[in-house]
Design a protein around this ligand. Structure first.
Ligand code: HEM
Length: 408
């Protein structure tokens, strides 16, 4: 490949432009060549797509296979010990984020009913309750506290556990093990060990549900005899992981971003009706699920470049969502912006299945937090907040916060 813009050691991930902004090198690439050739650490060549238009087109085009879209499981070429792939990875039964139609369609169809807008709307009061109870507990603590531990992680974990029928008491098993997948340079054998532990746990759970189904999503799936135990296990793994890590990071990083933008925060406190737009804008601005992988199944023209069959293509949703060709002043957090059209929940056949659930959780979470902690502030200098630059889902490892009054 001639004229390659080398990205020699994997993707630039250092947040050198600030905790909420894309790495400068990524922004430069978007400005100069939004579909850029890149070199992976092992010398393998591929493409990095950063422009909004190109990313959107790519995600709508199933000739770009998702069979390498396994950021969740292992990131090709970046995971130490990962063999060089020259063809799509073997499919993991049930993990439909990494499948193509028609296999993807079959698996996804079994679940769409459980996640419709209507079904989620019915859950709204319950989600508000979960958030309020968690805030009750937080209000009893003496600040400073870690908002991730006390609020951002428990709320979506409690909700997804209940929806899926996974005992919340077992959260250590899945929170610890799922976090291990998301560490970028975690060696492959350690990732596989974590996957082994989690899938053994989930296989037992779904086997039990098949024998004695209850009133939850995994039981509904288990009633479908067309699905094997391996497929049920894979689907449970995907839903559990996608269902808590993403929203948890949005809640914590979103709070950090609002605290760092006090005027926006004040506007939101003054007018909670702005919340739905603010959530959309935070999704766009933060793009916590940033990097996704695709694989070209034939030669494809994209953004004036020819992507050869067999190439690995890396997408940055964060870069796309900050493209000035699509959003005015893209690097400004503006809660009044109509940010719909952002790509933070994906686009095309893999569009986030849990998007309505995520929105409800964020609305309930931010609304309750801001109402009950009117004096919420960071308990450490912003520069000391530990950023998740080492993880596949971005956010903060901890968010120490403090307050002088909380309403119970
Ligand atoms: C897919 C982001 C919350 C379940 C996706 C995709 C993105 C995304 C970008 C597309 C992946 C691709 O094209 O390869 C997010 C963000 C969330 C969130 C930013 C929180 C704010 C959730 C929740 C669930 C969930 C709460 C709960 C079940 C899924 C599933 C897929 C998916 C199952 C795969 C869909 C498919 O392959 O058809 N998500 N997600 N997500 N998400 Fe989410």
């Amino acid at each position: 490949m001639s004229n390659t813009v080398a990205v020699p050691y994997g993707l630039p991930m250092e947040r050198d432009a600030g905790p909420f902004d894309p790495p400068r090198q990524i922004t430069r690439l978007r400005e100069t060549r939004p579909v850029s050739p890149m070199v992976f650490p092992d010398g393998h060549e591929g493409w990095l797509v950063t422009g909004y238009d190109a990313v959107r087109r790519l995600m709508a085009d199933t000739r770009f296979s998702s069979r390498q879209d396994i950021g969740i499981l292992h990131v090709p070429y970046e995971t130490p010990g990962m063999p060089t792939a020259t063809e799509p990875s073997p499919q993991m039964p049930g993990v439909f984020i990494a499948m193509d139609p028609p296999d993807h369609t079959r698996m996804r169809r079994t679940l769409t009913g459980a996640f419709t807008v209507k079904r989620m709307k019915q859950l709204e009061d319950h989600i508000i309750d979960v958030a309020e109870r968690q805030l009750d507990e937080m209000a009893r603590l003496t600040p400073p506290v870690d908002l991730v531990k006390e609020f951002a992680l428990p709320v979506p974990s409690l909700v997804i556990c209940e929806l899926l029928g996974v005992p919340y008491a077992d959260r250590d098993t899945f929170q610890v093990n799922s976090a291990k997948f998301l560490i970028k340079d975690q060696p492959l054998d350690e990732k596989m060990a974590a996957y082994g532990a989690l899938s053994t746990y989930l296989a037992e759970l779904v086997t039990h549900k098949r024998a004695a189904p209850g009133d939850d999503i995994l039981s509904d799936l288990a009633r479908d005899d067309d699905l094997t135990i391996e497929e049920l296990t894979g689907a449970a793994f995907l839903l559990l992981l996608a269902g808590h890590e993403t929203t948890a990071n949005m809640l914590a990083l979103g709070t950090f971003a609002l605290l760092e933008n006090p005027e926006q925060l004040a506007e939101l406190r003054a007018d909670p009706d702005l919340l739905p737009d603010a959530v959309e804008e935070l999704l766009r601005y933060l793009s916590v699920a940033d990097i996704f992988y695709r694989y070209a199944t034939e030669d494809i023209e994209l953004g004036g470049e020819t992507i050869r069959e067999g190439s690995t293509v890396v997408v940055s949703l964060l870069a796309a969502n900050r493209d000035p060709q699509r959003f005015d002043n893209p690097d400004t957090l503006d809660i009044r912006r109509k940010a719909r059209g952002h790509l933070s929940l994906g686009h095309g056949v893999h569009l986030c299945l849990g998007q309505q659930l995520a929105r409800l959780e964020m609305r309930a979470g931010f609304e309750g937090l801001l109402r009950r902690f009117p004096t919420l502030g960071l308990a450490v200098p912003a520069g000391d907040v530990k950023l998740r630059t080492d993880m596949n889902i971005y956010g903060v490892h901890e968010l120490p916060v403090t307050w002088t009054e909380a309403s119970r």
